[in-house]
Design a protein around this ligand. Structure first.
Ligand code: ADP
Ligand code: MG
Length: 153
């Protein structure tokens, strides 16, 4: 696990953008952290790094928003999910094991269905504009990505 410190939203944006440029189809990125930690801010930057040109907004009521980047980008926000059946109704496996990149806000709410291969990111607000961003990958490739981010950021 590595720990990065962001001192303002721009720095979080740079971290997310760099991460986005390194992701590829099939990747699952899990985001956790309190309300206002910066999950959506980071997601927007990851999406840009993946080549998404549209504005990325939080899909709090829709559970998922799809975007077209260099690969499909599926942005989930499962904050308000009641039970896993809601995800099953969406056919979540098509997304989680599909040809796009999944970014899942509040992933700890659906831990039981998160694919084994994932990158987990915890964001914690430490001061007004400071954030501690911890990244932990479960595969050698994600370990490499995290190492590279650690060098770049
Ligand atoms: P979440 O999706 O986790 O609820 P948001 O990304 O919607 O959080 O909101 C984070 C808020 O915190 C934004 O208003 C953002 O401008 C602010 N902020 C302040 N400092 C930072 C930082 N270092 N990184 C990310 N966001 C920050
Ligand atoms: Mg959010």
């Amino acid at each position: 696990m590595i720990k990065l410190t962001s001192h303002d939203p721009q720095e979080t944006d740079q971290i997310g953008y760099k991460l986005g440029t390194m992701l590829q189809e099939g990747d699952v990125v899990c985001l956790t952290g309190d309300l206002g930690a910066g999950k959506t801010t980071l997601t927007q930057a990851i999406a840009r790094g993946l080549g998404v040109k549209e504005d990325v907004t939080s899909p709090t009521f829709a559970l998922i928003h799809e975007y077209r980047g260099r690969v499909p980008v599926y942005h989930f926000d499962v904050y308000r999910i009641g039970n896993i059946e809601e995800l099953e109704d969406l056919g979540y496996e098509e997304y989680f094991y599909g040809q796009g990149v999944c970014i899942i806000e509040w992933a700890s709410q659906i831990r039981e269905v998160i694919p084994k291969e994932h990158l987990w990111i915890y964001i914690q607000r430490t001061e007004e504009d400071h954030r501690e961003i911890r990244l932990e990958g479960t595969t050698a490739r994600f370990h490499g990505i995290v190492e590279e981010l650690n060098h770049l950021c």
